[in-house]
Design a protein around this ligand. Sequence first.
Ligand code: ZN
Length: 245
Amino acid sequence: MKIAIISDLHSNIEALQACLARAQGQNVEKYICLGDIIGYGPDPAEVLDIVMSLPNVEVVKGNHEEALFTAYYKGLRQHIRQTVDWTKSQLSASQLAYLETLPYQVKVGDVTMVHASADQPKKWPYIYNIELATKCMRASDSLVTFVGHTHQPEIFFETPSKHIKNITPSPGLSVPLYAHCRYVINVGSVGQPRDDINAASFVIYDTVEREVKFHRVAYDYMATGKKIIQCGLPHLFAERLAKGH
Ligand code: ZN
């Protein structure tokens, strides 16, 4: 079965629709969303509706969902809090109830799905280096753990000699997952890429072939950026989409 794994959609409907069109062309049968459905972008309600309607979808909570409901909000910078407030005003009571009850981590078959890290998922650590990836690997009860949160596509893996290495995956190339190796796979961001490429990022995981393929999908970031400004959200978020950073 092919599973599309999407993360960090950030209320960007143009990017999401472009990724879903790509996934549908690849015979994807199941979807997993690693959280941060909302935040930064102009279409939170519409993006959430689409996610909730995806076939066989499973969703975990991101820190932007957490910020709607807990004291995590207080630690955010002012312009982010402003966006959380605006986003909350756009969502229905039932949408908010759905987001509040999302799990922090799910196991799908023999792989683990979590927004930030399997190591203290409720503290939202960013896996920026091998040391942090190793902590996630050791904390996960699966050989393969999919994460988002940094918005940077990356594969961390343990070699047979027990060294942890990382690679930046090339889009479109299938990467085999060896049976007894541990992996932490960051799928990148659909709605706000931060690796200097302004195309949306997601992964298709083939459970039969046991391989992952990263996808980069161009979308109309100018349209999203215009809506961000029209909604009165910080211009910075529109600029980030254009830069891919
Ligand atoms: Zn995010």
